[in-house]
Each structure stands twice: as structure tokens, then as C-alpha cells.
Design a protein around this ligand. Structure first.
Ligand SMILES: [Zn+2]
Length: 98
């Protein structure tokens, strides 16, 4: 588990996404997420997310951080950095496969 992953778990948890949702998004088992949150004391705030809230949740395409409600509905990255970082990764994938 990298520091970045831990940070992301903390952020998603703070936004009250359930363990299963976080695990699914990050490709980590639910039990691992659960034990990390317990150990690190990552707590959820506010109400549980409804099903539709989870389905329509806007997460940054690059780092998976929640984008929140303030961003435009077509925004898919949390920052310019993530946009270029994601593009760079896509480029690498293409390079590898050719
Ligand atoms: Zn991002």
C-alpha cells in the first residue's frame, strides 16, 4: 500500500463511500480497506451515500479523488496535473502495446 493509496482511501472514506465501493474502485479487497480504515482511524462523515449517489459519483479519472458537486458535470479530472498525468499514462500504454 502506497502513501498515495492510503490518502485516497482516507479521502473516499471521508466522503462516506462504503468499503465495498472503495475496494472496487481501487481493486483492493474490501477486508483490506476495512482493516486499513480501522487501523488508521479513517472515519466517514455525514450520511451514507445512496445507491444513485454512488453511481453518479464523480471521481477523478486519474487519482480517483471525489470531484465534488462544484465541478462541471463533464469534468473528469480533479486538476490540470491529473489530466496531463493521465494522458502521459495512456501514451505509455500505447507505446507498450505497439
Ligand atoms: Zn486527480
Amino acid at each position: 500500500m502506497t502513501a498515495k493509496q492510503l490518502e485516497l482511501i482516507a479521502v473516499l472514506r471521508l466522503h462516506n463511500f462504503p468499503y465495498s465501493f472503495i475496494g472496487e474502485k481501487m481493486n483492493i479487497s474490501v477486508n483490506t480497506i476495512k482493516s486499513i480504515c480501522r487501523r488508521k482511524g479513517f472515519l466517514a462523515e455525514g450520511f451514507r451515500k445512496t445507491k444513485s449517489e454512488k453511481e453518479t459519483a464523480l471521481l477523478c479519472k486519474n487519482c480517483l479523488k471525489p470531484l465534488g458537486d462544484k465541478v462541471r458535470s463533464d469534468a473528469i479530472f480533479c486538476s490540470a496535473y491529473c489530466r496531463s498525468d493521465w494522458r502521459r499514462k495512456q501514451l505509455k500504454v500505447v507505446e507498450k502495446s505497439t
